[in-house]
Ligand binder design. Structure first.
Ligand code: SF4
Length: 471
C-alpha cells in the first residue's frame, strides 16, 4: 500500500566478502539499513566457495528473513537485494538476486537501476534460444554475462558492459568471488568499504557500510568493476571514465538517500539543509513557523528556518510504518488518505502563518490533503515550498515517477498546482538554486526536471514500456 506522493527508487544492493564473518547475517543487517530504498521484496544469495544458496521472497527484510531461513546461508561470499519494482512487476519471479548455473559455475546478480534498451536486449537473448523466467531486465543482464566470452568474470563483465545502456549498479556473486559494478554514467550510487576483521563490503549507500562497521569507504567509480578481496581491492576501470558524460541522479540528494550517507563526496543531510537555504533566498515569506513534511524534508526545513530567521517546529507526526504495510486498508480508512500516515499538531499550528517544506510533488495527490490537515488544525495561511523544480518528465533510468499523464507538473502550471493543493503560495526551487545547493553545476542527471535525457531514448518509451514490450 502506498500513501505518499514520492518518487520510488527500485532497489538497495549489498555485496560482501568476509573470510572471518557470518556473511548471511551481515547481508541481512546491510539490507535492513537499505530498507528505505525498496519495500516490496528482499533476497540474499551466499556462497561457501562450493555451493550457492539463496532465499528470497516478497515482503520487508524483517518479514522475508527469519533465523530459520537465514540458517542455511553460510559462507564467506554474499549478495543481497531489497526491491521496489520498476521494470518487471512485483511478483515473486522478479525478486532478486537472480541465480543461474553457467558453464563457468554459479552466477547470481542483484541490480539497482533500469536499462533503457532492456526490451531490445531481451529480444536478442530470446532470439538466441535462451529461456527467461521473469520480466526483469536484471535477469537479461545475468543471461548476457553467462554467455559472454572471456577467461575471468572481470573480462566477461567488461565485454558485456558496452551493450548495457542505462542505469546499473550491480553486485555479482560467483562460486568464489563478489564483484561490484557501476555504469559509466554513474546514475545510481555504489560504495565500497573495508571490514576491520578482513574483507570488503559494497553497498548502495555509505550509511549501510557504516552500519556494518566498514572503514576506508569510497565510491565505486563510474565504469569500474571491483572484485572484493581480503586486503587490497582488485580494481578494473572497465569503461573509460570519459566514455559518457556523468549523470548522477540528483534525486539521491533530494529524497532517496539516507541523510547520513555520502553521495558524490557530499553528506546528504548537509545538501538538504542548503536546499532549504536556497529556497528561503528564492521565496521568502512573512510567516510564523516553518514545518517539514517528515522525514526527508526535515533538514531542508531547518535550512529554510535558519536563513529566514523564522522559528522551526514540528507540524506533523508521521506514522513511519504505515506506508510499508502490505495490508490494504478498508474503504472507510482509505478515505482517510494521508490521515493514516500523518497527524497535525494543533498547538503548533493554530492561528499561525505556516511555511510547509516538502522535497517534491510528483502526482500531486498528497500535498492538498496535507494542506487541509494544517488548515483543519487552525493554520491561518499555508505557504508551500518545494526543494526541487517541478517534475514534468518521467524517469527511464529506474525511478518510478509515473508517466507524463500522471505527473501533475506536466499537466498544470505552477499557479494551477497551487490552486489544486489550496496553498496560499507555492514555490519550487529553481534548477540553478538546486545545483547551487549541491555546489556543482555539472555531472548530474536532471532529466525529470528538464526533459534533457543523458541517454538517447526510444520515443515510444514509457515507464511500463518494457513490460508491454514483453507481454
Ligand atoms: S530522471 Fe530524475 S530520477 Fe531519473 S535518474 Fe535522472 S535525476 Fe534521477
Amino acid at each position: 500500500m502506498v500513501i505518499d506522493d514520492k518518487p520510488h527508487d527500485e532497489c538497495g544492493i549489498i555485496g560482501i566478502f568476509a573470510p572471518n564473518e557470518d556473511v548471511g547475517r551481515m547481508a541481512y543487517f546491510g539490507l535492513y539499513a537499505l530498507q528505505h530504498r525498496g519495500q516490496e521484496a528482499a533476497g540474499i544469495a551466499v556462497s561457501d566457495g562450493t555451493v550457492v544458496r539463496q532465499h528470497k521472497d516478497v515482503g520487508l527484510v524483517s518479514q522475508v528473513f527469519t533465523p530459520h531461513s537465514l540458517a542455511p546461508l553460510t559462507g564467506h561470499y554474499a549478495i543481497g537485494h531489497t526491491r521496489y519494482s520498476t521494470t518487471g512487476s512485483s511478483s515473486l519471479r522478479n525478486v532478486q538476486p537472480f541465480l543461474i548455473e553457467t558453464r563457468h559455475g554459479p552466477l547470481a546478480m542483484a541490480h539497482n537501476g533500469n536499462l533503457v534498451n532492456a526490451a531490445e536486449l531481451r529480444r536478442e537473448v530470446l532470439g538466441r534460444g535462451a529461456g527467461l523466467s521473469s520480466s526483469s531486465d536484471s535477469e537479461v543482464m545475468t543471461m548476457m554475462l553467462a554467455a559472454a566470452e572471456g577467461d575471468t568474470w572481470e573480462e566477461r563483465i567488461q565485454q558485456t558492459m558496452p551493450h548495457w545502456k542505462g542505469a546499473y549498479s550491480l553486485v555479482i556473486l560467483t562460486r568464489d568471488s563478489v564483484l561490484a559494478v557501476r555504469d559509466p554514467w554513474g546514475f545510481r550510487p555504489l560504495s565500497v568499504g573495508r571490514l576491520p576483521s578482513g574483507g570488503h563490503v559494497a553497498a548502495s549507500e555509505s550509511g549501510a557500510l557504516r552500519t556494518l562497521g566498514c572503514e576506508a569507504i569510497r565510491e565505486v567509480k563510474p565504469g569500474e568493476v571491483i572484485t572484493l578481496s581480503q586486503s587490497a581491492l582488485r580494481v578494473l576501470q572497465a569503461l573509460p571514465l570519459a566514455a559518457h558524460p556523468l549523470a548522477r541522479c540528483v534525486f539521491e540528494f533530494i529524497y532517496f538517500s539516507r541523510p547520513d550517507s555520502f553521495w558524490d563526496g557530499l553528506r546528504v543531510h548537509e545538501v538538504r539543509q542548503r536546499l532549504g537555504e536556497e529556497l528561503a533566498r528564492e521565496a521568502p515569506i512573512t510567516a510564523d513557523v516553518v514545518i517539514p513534511v517528515p522525514d526527508s524534508s526535515v533538514p531542508a526545513a531547518i535550512g529554510y528556518a535558519r536563513l529566514s530567521g523564522l522559528p522551526y517546529n514540528d507540524g506533523f507526526i508521521k506514522n513511519r510504518y504505515i506506508g510499508r504495510t502490505f495490508i490494504q486498508p478498508t474503504d472507510s480508512l482509505r478515505r482517510q488518505g494521508v490521515a493514516l500516515k500523518f497527524n497535525a499538531l494543533e498547538e503548533n499550528l493554530r492561528d499561525k502563518r505556516v511555511v510547509m517544506i516538502d522535497d517534491s510533488i510528483v502526482r500531486g495527490h498528497t500535498s492538498g490533503p496535507l494542506v487541509k490537515l494544517l488548515r483543519d488544525a487552525g493554520a491561518r495561511e499555508v505557504h508551500l515550498r518545494i526543494t526541487c523544480p517541478p517534475i514534468a518528465h518521467p524517469c527511464f533510468m529506474g525511478v518510478d515517477m509515473g508517466t507524463y499523464d500522471e505527473l501533475i507538473a506536466h499537466r498544470l502550471t505552477i499557479d494551477e498546482i497551487r490552486s489544486h493543493v489550496d496553498a496560499d503560495s507555492l514555490h519550487f526551487l529553481s534548477l540553478e538554486g538546486m545545483m547551487r545547493a549541491l555546489g556543482r553545476a555539472e555531472g548530474y542527471c536532471n532529466a525529470c526536471f528538464t526533459g534533457v535525457y543523458p541517454i538517447e531514448l526510444n520515443t515510444e518509451q514509457t515507464k511500463t514500456g518494457f513490460e508491454k514490450a514483453i507481454a
